[in-house]
Write a protein that binds this ligand. Structure first.
Ligand SMILES: [Cu+2]
Length: 414
């Protein structure tokens, strides 16, 4: 039996079931690729919404098209050669060694293309690195696994900030303003990215990297950490919210308003006591007082690895929590807010989480068992590797009525 022939024929044609599967796989992947281009993808890099991201877009589009044309030519020529010179049992063609003219041409042509691309690239890199025109500076710190924003006192666009503002997950900025983020990290390397507003910037411990942010109009722009940073890297998301100058002023005023204590005897007042006893060692709520009138000061540096936990003074003015991963807004209210016209967005956003729009399930689950929702520590029973500190929020074994009390208290933190 002629074995050689058999091998050739099995190599040349796939069994029909396998052909069937590979065709299905091809169709599925093309389908997925096209789905990725669908409208309304909030992290689409081809839909810039600010000055900086538009500069990147202006640069990357022509490069993308040129690369596409080059790819089509290469694929076409290779395809033609494969078809034309397919082994049909013909004689071996005449062997040649090199073609200097062609080689020189094919060296010069790509060199010209690359040189052409490099000029606008270098110009754009310098433009995106400019720091001297900043109208507002916000410090951004990455930690496992959430972003802290800290607004220094001073001018932010047209608005004056008198007291420092510290918040988490959701960056709030005035529209049409050159904001400069100063990005660093307290533990491992993270990377900050809001695709609609600019490219990525790594957050590296011990270093400050700047990133320009500018949004053309009010709205919510989402992103996520893009540097693998440990267990819950996939649950480290972030958003930037742009407001008109007037609305940004209202947001700042609200952040700076005095502490609103819950009504004595209410469920929320019980929650305040539970909070002081169980949560305040890690989380700060500004101006919260002990029974004797002394301030309640958190000491997260004693309990958690990066030495900080999110400031909860105005938790209900953000729309999501724990690395901006779990909603505080119900689906219905979130969809309305995300689809709001720029003119209506600010008023809707500034309402914060109202009782009607409050999605309680996730926050209750979080208080019941945070590591169950977001893996944070490989072995919580063994803290020796971290000097006795937690990574992330531990399970505090709260009782159901304590959770009810905390929810009532936190709902007032707007
Ligand atoms: Cu990260």
């Amino acid at each position: 039996m002629d074995r050689s022939k058999e091998t050739v024929s099995t190599l040349g044609r796939m069994p029909s079931t396998r052909r069937h599967w590979s065709r299905a796989a091809l169709l599925t992947s093309v389908g997925l690729m096209l789905a990725g281009c669908a409208n309304n993808a909030p992290q689409d890099i081809f839909e810039p919404k600010g000055e900086n991201s538009k500069k990147i877009d202006t640069l990357q589009r022509p490069v993308f098209y040129i690369a596409g044309v080059v790819a089509l030519i290469v694929i076409g020529v290779v395809g033609y050669a494969m078809w034309k010179f397919k082994d049909r049992g013909q004689d071996i063609p005449e062997q040649t060694h090199g073609n200097p003219k062609l080689e020189i041409a094919l060296t010069i042509l790509p060199a010209i293309i690359l040189a052409g691309i490099s000029v606008p690239t270098v110009i754009t890199v310098f433009q995106l690195d400019k720091k001297t025109d900043a109208e507002c500076i916000i410090n951004v710190t990455g930690q496992q696994w959430w972003w802290e924003y800290d607004y220094a006192t001073g001018q932010c666009g047209d608005v004056k900030i008198d007291k420092p503002i510290v918040t988490a997950g959701e960056l709030v900025i005035p529209e049409k303003t050159n904001v400069l983020l100063r990005i660093t990290s307290r533990d491992v390397i993270h990377s900050y990215w809001i695709p609609a507003l600019n490219g990525k910037r790594d957050a590296v411990p011990g270093r400050l990297h700047t990133l320009r942010m500018q949004a053309d109009q009010p709205g919510i722009y989402t992103g996520q950490c893009t540097e693998f940073c440990g267990l819950s890297h996939s649950r480290m998301r972030q958003a930037a919210v742009a407001l008109t100058a007037g609305d940004f002023q209202k947001w700042v005023d609200n952040q700076m308003k005095d502490y609103v204590a819950p009504e004595a005897g209410s469920l929320a007042a019980e929650g305040e006591a539970v909070f002081t006893a169980n949560c305040s060692k890690c989380h700060q709520i500004n101006d919260l007082k002990n029974a004797d009138g002394s301030p309640v000061l958190s000491e997260p540096d004693l309990y958690v690895v990066p030495g900080v936990a999110p400031n909860l003074s105005h938790l209900m003015n953000r729309t999501a929590f724990a690395g901006w991963t779990f909603d505080l807004l119900t689906d219905e209210c979130r969809v309305k807010l995300w689809n709001a016209k720029p003119a209506d967005f600010g008023a809707m956003y500034l309402k914060g989480i109202t009782p009607e729009c409050f999605e309680q399930v996730a926050l209750r689950d979080w208080l019941r068992n945070p590591p169950g929702m977001k893996p944070m520590f490989v072995d919580p029973n063994n803290l020796s590797s971290t000097g006795g500190k937690y990574r992330g929020m531990p399970n505090l074994n709260l009782k159901p009525d304590q959770i009810d009390q905390l929810i009532a208290y936190l709902l007032g933190r707007n």
